[in-house]
Design a protein around this ligand. Structure first.
Ligand code: DAH
Length: 340
């Protein structure tokens, strides 16, 4: 029996030594010290021993039990310590690593140009106003001298929501809304989205942006229009920009004009950029038609004014040399991040 005990001691202590996982230790504890364990089995046979042998064997068995328990306890501590170390190691943070900077977005190129334009007009005493994109036919057309059968409607392919409601085809309806709400002096610009049912290509989009301008006061003349617009264009494109006003027709202004700037590339000679013209068309403008003033509740005998309408995409394309309108709306960050 003594031999058996010694064998158990030896094999148990060796097994504890080589164990390196908690479940090995637990299995071992059950195998040796458990109710049906090896050591317990031996102790159960003690009754068969003679009275002389019993104390010595009992003492040995207890000693072995104590040793095994101690070895198990030590090993358990060691395994737990190792597990803790491994956990700490895996969770280690290198505080010397450079941080991850939050990336800020950039302004859309159209916003960059629009912000410049706003700044110029605000510097000249203009307010910035907003108007609805879903607009009554009345404001978008009728009140601007474009009745139902007017040919100007053909050039502005309209998205109709109902017979009376459209997606605005221009920012000009804001003129009427402002005049209805505000008495002169009026000096506003109104930038925003406009819609026309055009097929998408490099120069057309069913949604694009315009900037409307309106000035109404006593004694406003064509000279004010020319002075204001020339100042605006020179601030935007540079002081050496050469401009010309060319007669044109708009239903809501009389007289009407288009403002051209001399081609920056060929200085009037004619080149690919200006399609051989020497001049590039920039905006439409004119003296507000007396009927339009009247529709806005303003007496044309007392007041006069000028207006302008300006396409944002075209200006932006020219400034940055962008040759395809679709790039503005595709939201490809590789394109968008280049401008701000
Ligand atoms: N609304 C015109 C268009 O979409 C642009 C325009 C021209 C606006 C002359 C004006 C203006 O206010 O005076 O083509």
């Amino acid at each position: 029996m003594k031999n058996q005990l010694e064998k158990i001691r030896q094999s148990a202590l060796e097994a504890v030594k080589s164990a390196d996982m908690m479940q090995d230790i637990e299995a071992l504890r059950i195998k040796c010290l458990g109710k049906k364990g090896e050591l317990t089995a031996i102790l159960k046979q003690m009754g068969k021993l003679s009275a002389e042998e019993r104390p010595a064997i009992g003492q040995l068995a207890n000693e072995i039990r104590g040793k095994i328990e101690q070895a198990i306890e030590e090993k358990t501590k060691e395994i737990k310590r190792k597990e803790q170390e491994a956990k700490l190691l895996s969770e280690k943070i290198d505080v010397t690593l450079p941080g991850k900077a939050t990336k800020l977005g950039s302004r859309h190129p159209l916003t960059v140009v629009l912000d410049d334009i706003k700044e110029i007009f605000v510097g000249m005493g203009f307010d910035i106003v907003d108007g609805p994109e879903v607009e009554l036919d009345y404001y978008n057309f009728e009140a601007l001298n474009i009745p139902k059968d007017h040919p100007a409607r053909d050039t502005q392919d309209t998205f109709y929501i109902t017979d009376n409601i459209v997606l605005r085809t221009q920012t000009s309806p804001v003129q009427i809304r402002v005049m209805e709400q505000q008495k002169p002096p009026i000096r506003i610009i109104s930038p925003g989205r406009v819609y026309r049912s055009d097929a998408v290509d490099a120069t057309h989009s069913p949604v694009f942006h315009q900037i409307e301008g309106l000035v109404v006061d006593k004694g406003i003349t064509f000279a004010d229009l020319k002075g204001t617009l020339e100042t605006f264009v020179k601030r935007l494109y540079g002081e050496d920009t050469v401009v010309r006003f060319r007669p044109h027709h708009f239903p809501f202004t009389e007289p009407s004009a288009e403002l051209d700037v001399q081609c920056f590339n060929c200085h009037g000679e004619g080149c690919r950029l200006c399609k051989g013209e020497g001049w590039i068309e920039i905006l439409g403008c004119g003296m507000v038609h007396p009927d339009v003033l009247r529709n806005g509740g303003i007496d044309p005998e007392e007041y006069s004014g000028f207006a302008l309408g300006y396409g944002l995409e075209r200006v932006c394309m020219r400034r940055y040399g962008i040759d395809d309108l679709r790039l503005f709306f595709e939201n490809d960050v590789r394109f968008l991040k280049q401008f701000d």
